[in-house]
Design a protein around this ligand. Structure first.
Ligand SMILES: [Fe+2]
Length: 202
């Protein structure tokens, strides 16, 4: 039986190939940051559980703040898992895939789809570009999510996650070179991972 109370999230490991335009040092720094989110979501869960069980007493204001921070730490963990997974494996992707067809229907073509993601990625501020599949609306959505959690679309499966926090690229690029990082992201993106998510989304 699963013990829901005492679960903790494990830090995932990723089989990352050598990337073009994103250095090993950059990835190392970024992975260490991801580990911090895993550590902190586990810490928040542990504290809130102790508060519920009555073994820890905290000021209600602090408890409320921990609850507010839950989504930040949780999404910080989960979004980075979406991000790093996208570089794993041998680069693939098919113009005949269901994803390619859905993208062409909404954005005109696969190229237009990427152009649109890049345009959204140019938004000012830190956060993520997220591409979702909406199985109910039978469409794709490309949005900008602030921090890790502000603006996420409820219940929609995530297909693509592009990290646009400065920590994602500032080992390799200065802020004015964000465009180069975005190009590097697409140069290394394994579209097969994104297609798999599309196919598996309910
Ligand atoms: Fe990040």
């Amino acid at each position: 039986m699963v013990n829901y109370l005492s679960m903790t999230y494990p830090t995932k490991t990723f089989k990352l190939p050598t990337l073009e335009g994103i250095s090993e040092k950059q990835m190392k720094v970024h992975l260490a940051l991801y580990e911090g989110y895993v550590k902190n979501i586990n810490l928040i869960m542990e504290k809130l559980e102790a508060v519920r069980e009555g073994t820890l007493e905290l000021d209600p204001y602090i408890v409320a703040e921990l609850r507010r921070r839950f989504a930040f730490e949780f999404d910080g963990m989960r979004m980075h898992e979406y991000y790093f997974e996208q570089f794993e494996g041998e680069k693939g992707g098919s113009p005949e895939s269901g994803l390619a067809k859905a993208a062409a229907e909404k954005y005109g073509s696969g190229e237009d789809f990427i152009m649109h993601i890049k345009e959204v990625a140019g938004s000012r501020g830190i956060g993520w570009v997220v591409v979702y599949k909406d199985p109910i609306g039978k469409t794709l959505h490309t949005t900008f999510v602030a921090d890790h959690e502000v603006g996420q679309l409820a219940g929609l499966p995530i297909l693509l996650a592009l990290d646009l926090w400065e920590h994602a690229y500032m080992v390799d690029y200065i802020p004015a070179e964000k465009k180069n990082y975005i190009d590097a992201f697409f140069a290394n993106l394994n579209w097969s991972v994104v297609e798999k998510r599309f196919n598996e989304a309910a």
